[in-house]
Ligand binder design. Sequence first.
Ligand code: ADP
Ligand code: MG
Length: 348
Amino acid sequence: MLETIGLRKSYGSQLAVDDFSHRFAPGKITTILGPSGSGKSTVLGMIAGLLQPDRGRVELGGRDLTSISPERRDFGMVFQHYALFPHLNVQQNVEFGLRVRRLTRKRRAERARETLQMIRIEHLADRRIREISGGEQQRVALARAIAIRPKVLLMDEPLSALDARLREELRSELLRLLRDLAITTIYVTHDQIEAMTLGHEMIILNHGQVEQAGPPDELYLRPASLFVANFLGDSNVFAAESEEVSERLRLPFATINLQPNGHNSSPNEHSSRCWAMIRPESMELVPEGEADFAATVESATFLGNRLRLQLRAAGEKVIVDVENRCAVSPSAPVYVKVKGAEVATWPR
Ligand code: ADP
Ligand code: MG
């Protein structure tokens, strides 16, 4: 088990990471997601041993690694621009870490071959680095990192230098590979799709602090803060009041039941101020009699697999995704039902 305890790092007077504590699930992939400058690389650098924390510890299996040098941590690393050795061929690059670890020539060659096969680039073994593409270079960097059979694999935006198509292709390849390898992996990215698809667990970082951590679906469905709701996916967020006993929620333009079979509220029950988040896919168009609220269509955008409606209800903007063949006419009234069970709330 890899664990960080209260890691903190400043650059001069600027606090880059504060109180970063997490237990990384063994053999699983944890993604760290956050905007640029939120401290992701600083966290990874401290775990790798490349940066000394001002405060806090890094532990592996209960052993304190904080003062151990990066080479002696036995961690594999892949970065956005992780320079391969241009004068060596692919196989020699993959063997590099094994040479440092004094494996015999025969064992090195075997291990390199095995690793190249695993990543399905054995046909590149004799190529020089400048003779292969950017995507292939990242595969070689990954092969080099895992050839040493690391205890932990650290990856910092490994796909962000590649173009969109290649990035998508490599993402699904990485997904298969990393899940098969079952190495404890920390994967840093600012791309939410990458973070959600690759991660068993996800940590959202904002201004050097953990906003929320948990399985991707939990973070998406139950964001714990306004930042997470806005950062992860598309969302509508409204100031609301919740009536806890009846599980009803008063929105600026409607009152909805949070449970499918919710009852009506009694007049004098306690209510509390909250934020309510409703995803665009958590609403649907229904006949007038079944609706929670009426709205007018301000615009409709064809997104291929769905149609995105920009609605206005009692002055509030509401984004609703509907089926791509749905016929709506601009400025016509529509009637909307909210899937109450999919609404997330948190105190305001
Ligand atoms: P991320 O990887 O999420 O983009 P970083 O960890 O690189 O964020 O940076 C976190 C904050 O620390 C940023 O505000 C950045 O400008 C600052 N920072 C990072 N590295 C240095 C450095 N070597 N010197 C000064 N400030 C730095
Ligand atoms: Mg970074």
